[in-house]
Ligand binder design. Structure first.
Ligand SMILES: [Ca+2]
Ligand SMILES: [Ca+2]
Length: 215
C-alpha cells in the first residue's frame, strides 16, 4: 500500500498539468451536426447554417430541419438533400426570397424557411433532435430573449466552444447559452464556421505524451 500511495502522490502534479492542457487542447470533435448560424432578418432574410464538425462526411439526406411555428408541437419539416457534407463544411438553407447577398451563400433554398422569433427550429436525424433553437410547444410571444440577445431581428452565431447541439428541444430556452448576437441582416459569417472542438489528443500532443508515459 505504501508504494501505491507514494506513486499516487507523485502523479498529482502531472495530473493537474494534464487537466490544464486538456482544458484548451483536447476537446472532442462535435458530437453530430450543429446549427452554427441562425439569421432572423428583415423581410424574408432567413437562413440556417448547418456545420459538420465531426471527423467524417455526413449524409445530409437522413436529416430534416423542422420548424415548429408559434408553440406548435407538429412541425413543418424541410428535407435536406441527399448529399454528403464533408468534415468542416457547412450547408446553408435560406428562404427563396432572401436578399441577394444571403441567396449567394445558399446551398439550398426553401419557401417554408419562413420562421420568425417565436418559432422553434429543430435539426433532426431520423426524427431524433441533434440540435435546436427555441422551445418546441412554447409560444414566447415574439421571441426568446436574454440579456443582450433575442431570437428576433438578430443573426445568432454559435460560440466556437460549443461541441454538441441542444438535443432537448422541449426544455426552457435561453438564447444566450452558446450563442453570440449580431445586428439584424448580418450575413458576413454565413457559409463557414469554426469550433475549438479539435480531434481527440493523440501521442503527438503534449497531453497525449503524458498519457503515454503512464500507460
Ligand atoms: Ca411565428
Ligand atoms: Ca433545449
Amino acid at each position: 500500500m505504501k508504494s501505491l500511495f507514494t506513486k499516487r502522490l507523485s502523479l498529482l502534479p502531472l495530473l493537474a498539468l494534464a487537466g490544464m492542457l486538456g482544458a484548451g487542447a483536447a476537446a472532442a470533435q462535435t458530437a453530430d451536426l450543429l446549427i452554427s448560424e441562425y439569421v432572423e432578418g428583415s423581410a424574408n432574410n432567413k437562413a440556417v447554417e448547418i456545420y459538420n464538425g465531426t471527423a467524417d462526411a455526413v449524409a445530409l439526406g437522413t436529416y430534416t430541419l423542422d420548424r415548429y411555428a408559434n408553440g406548435a408541437t407538429v412541425p413543418y419539416s424541410i428535407a435536406l438533400p441527399a448529399i454528403n457534407l464533408a468534415p468542416g463544411a457547412t450547408h446553408v438553407i435560406t428562404h427563396n426570397q432572401a436578399d441577394a447577398v444571403l441567396l449567394s451563400r445558399a446551398d439550398q433554398v426553401n419557401a417554408n424557411l419562413n420562421f420568425n422569433g417565436n418559432d422553434a427550429l429543430v435539426l433532426a436525424r431520423a426524427g431524433i433532435a441533434v440540435d435546436s433553437v427555441g422551445r418546441v410547444g412554447e409560444d414566447p410571444g415574439t421571441a426568446w430573449t436574454c440579456a443582450g440577445g433575442s431570437t428576433l431581428n438578430h443573426t445568432m452565431r454559435r460560440v466556437s466552444s460549443v461541441c454538441g447541439g441542444d438535443t432537448d428541444p422541449s426544455n426552457a430556452y435561453d438564447p444566450c447559452l452558446g450563442w453570440v448576437f449580431f445586428a439584424v441582416d448580418t450575413f458576413s459569417g454565413v457559409g463557414s464556421h469554426v469550433t475549438d472542438c479539435g480531434a481527440v489528443a493523440d501521442e503527438a500532443t503534449s497531453w497525449g505524451a503524458i498519457k503515454a508515459t503512464y500507460r
